[in-house]
Design a protein around this ligand. Structure first.
Ligand code: ZN
Length: 295
């Protein structure tokens, strides 16, 4: 993100210099060194757009930004603000992309989520790069691996959640937790692909096919009663079993995340009767039978 912000800010400075029509003076004799100093200050404020919004001479830009970068935006000119937000939108869109599982990515998942007995082809998987926001609105880069059948839909969902400021704390490959689902969930990580068979079968689970997605896992645990005993996964998610309570990251049927997954034809584990899996969205079994008739 720092590189992105820095780039955007540099572009803003270049634009600002053109707008005020003093490019000759701006690039000399203070030159690039001065501009970079301004850029770094503005970037630290997290408000790189502000520089181009002040239609003042270059000396004013430097002074204002050095003193208080955030104040410059108050005197924004409408047309210039629009230009700034358009370029921001483009930069955001560039951060949402789908990639095949390159050798570099495969090296990160081999022997972890992509286990030695993985029956799924590497070509059936896609890598998603996204942005997401935490509860405080801080922007983070996210990575997720899903089945190619749902790659576009999941990317679109995550982009809409980002644009709506929907909080997702972490979107990291489960491989960063050595493919340990419990560890990933205790860390409130959101993820999808993790190869495994359904217990005591040769059937690959929906996460094993990359056709199920878990969101904000700590606050939306899985639970089932077995022989009178309640199982909770992650175990630290027990405080969030009370779905009438109010707490951050909670997924219910009024939730935007829920609605977007429903629109794309997913089912929600929170609607199940015999067990609850509030974090879990999956492709219906009938659809999977069409895509993977031998599974
Ligand atoms: Zn799940």
């Amino acid at each position: 993100m720092n590189n992105l912000k820095l780039f955007m800010t540099i572009m803003s400075v270049v634009a600002a210099v053109s707008v005020v029509g003093c490019s000759t003076e701006a690039v000399q004799p203070e030159g690039n060194g001065t501009v970079v100093t301004v850029t770094e200050d503005a970037g630290a404020e997290g408000n790189g757009e502000s520089i181009m919004e002040n239609p003042a001479a270059d000396t004013d830009i430097e002074t204002d930004t050095d003193e208080n970068g955030a104040d410059v935006g108050v005197v924004a000119d409408v047309s210039e603000t629009e230009t700034a937000s358009e370029s921001t939108e483009d930069d955001v869109s560039e951060q949402f992309y789908i990639s095949p599982i390159t050798d570099e990515i495969f090296a990160r998942i081999e022997g972890k989520s992509f286990k030695a007995d993985c029956t799924l082809s590497r070509d059936d998987l896609r890598y998603l790069h996204v942005l997401h926001k935490d509860l405080d609105g801080n922007v983070h880069e996210g990575e997720m691996i899903v089945n190619y059948h749902i790659a576009e839909d999941v990317l679109d969902i995550l982009k809409q959640l980002y644009e709506a400021d929907y909080p997702i704390e972490k979107i990291r490959l489960v491989d960063e937790y050595d493919a340990d689902d419990e560890a990933s969930m205790e860390d409130n990580n959101s993820s999808a692909f993790n190869f495994r068979f359904i217990s005591h079968t040769t059937k690959v689970s929906k996460h094993g096919l990359g056709l199920a997605v878990d969101i904000n896992t700590l606050y939306n645990p899985y639970t089932k009663v077995v022989d009178g005993e309640r199982i909770v996964e992650p175990i630290t998610g027990e405080p969030y079993l009370d779905r009438d309570a109010d707490f951050p990251y909670k997924i219910d049927e009024n939730d935007l995340c829920y609605k977007l997954f429903m629109e794309k034809g997913f089912e929600w584990g929170g609607a199940w009767k015999d067990r609850k899996d509030y974090q879990h969205f999956e492709i219906p079994t009938a659809q999977i039978a069409e895509w993977y008739p031998d599974n």
